[in-house]
Design a protein around this ligand. Sequence first.
Ligand SMILES: Cc1ncc(COP(=O)(O)O)c(C=O)c1O
Length: 489
Amino acid sequence: MALDLTLSHHLSSETKNRTPNPMKEIWRLAQSTPGIINMANGDPHHSLYPISEIAFRVPSISQDDPVNAWRKGESITQTLTSYKDEPSAVSLRSALQYGSGAGLPEVRAALEQLMTVMHPSPSENHFVTLSLGNADAVTKCFRLLGEPGDAFLAEEFSFPGMTNAPLAHKVRWVPVKLDKAGMIPEDMERILREWDENKRGRRPHVLYTIPCGQNPTGSTLPSERRRKIYEIACRWDLIIVEDDPYYFLQYDKPPIRTEDVEKDGFAKTWARNLAPSFLSLDTEGRVMRIDSFSKIIAPGMRLGWITSNPLFASHLENLIDSSTQHPHGLGQAFIAEMLAGKDSWQIDGFARWVKSLCDEYQQRRDFLARLFEAELGNSGYANVEIPEAGMFLWIRINIEKHPRYRKDQAGKSNSRALTEELFNHVREAGVMMMPGYVFAIVDAEENGSGPNAIDERSNYFRTTFVGIEETMEKGMAIFGSAVREFFAS
Ligand SMILES: Cc1ncc(COP(=O)(O)O)c(C=O)c1O
């Protein structure tokens, strides 16, 4: 692959100092030399694997609304089989062997095809590297780019599983303000414009964003904002780490027309309804897009993929070669069979399944939103925005209406203390929801104090609608009465 070095100044010293794993270099040479007798590596011979085939029983995609049929146990099913000694999308001989850090070529090719359909990008210079899910991918990207002392931008409420990781490498976070439509481009631009490198060190060169169904706030960036943010990233030379596990779960989209599906296929037609990813806007190779099978197949698959420019892809592979080696072979065998196997789902079938899953989650979102309305809608104690994507409702507690709400002379309130009190009250009543302050990105300079501190805006609870109706009914009833009791206290 041709490496464009113009973005190499974004790489961390750790990345630049990392040398390729010399054994992997020789392994690769052996793989690419036909007829070579390979006595170099301790690769167990496939005749000694105690597995000859793996059959995955899956729902058939031939039925309308496959998720509904599957959930009710009424689904027609089909079997996708990977074999060791017979033809399959990926032979178990390779899937169960040590493999390439970037993933098995068959799986990468299938994912590249999926990406071309879902995210037609202005640059063809994007490569797919497999990961062990988005958590693995995002944290590897942070290591690729993050230098001790660097400041990265993120939405002011973000997913701590990810934002915690680079703190150990002494990367600081700088929060960008959010509203109902997600990150505010003007605030991002303001931070970059006002940044004084003499006082604050290197200007942020990485933006970490969750563009669809943002975790925790549920917001989805409209196309216009995405274009503005991308344009700002180009102007100020930022790399965008686009963490998008909820991309496939975008709700309230226009119906898919049969005549369009007949002409262009299901996946391509559906993709036109979805928000354009940053990757699809990426003319300069500055987007590292991160996808996962966790929310759309199963989290235990531990499989995802990073789409990036070839320079970053090659450094990612170096990092993988000297750490996790490569993702799980059985998972890769399943993905290859599902996306590219003979008579299998293929890309269009996969899109049909995921669209059906999306419809299911949309119903669950509406169900939980109705329960919320019934419990607290008219109370004035709390309100909620209906998210356009993802898995979460972000409930605002109108803490300023609490009888014990106070502000000191500097304008700082007791909002955080009251939110913590409510969290404990709700938990003791028997329901767990995530309090907003868990997700707050504290501006290192502001140090969490003052009237503009994030604590003043953390009076939220994140709750999920992925559960079954019974769980949501019980949970929301308890939450509703706990909130009413709290406001009466
Ligand atoms: C924004 C975000 N990033 C990453 C992850 C982790 O995903 P994975 O299971 O693919 O590692 C999650 C999971 O909840 C998430 O919400």
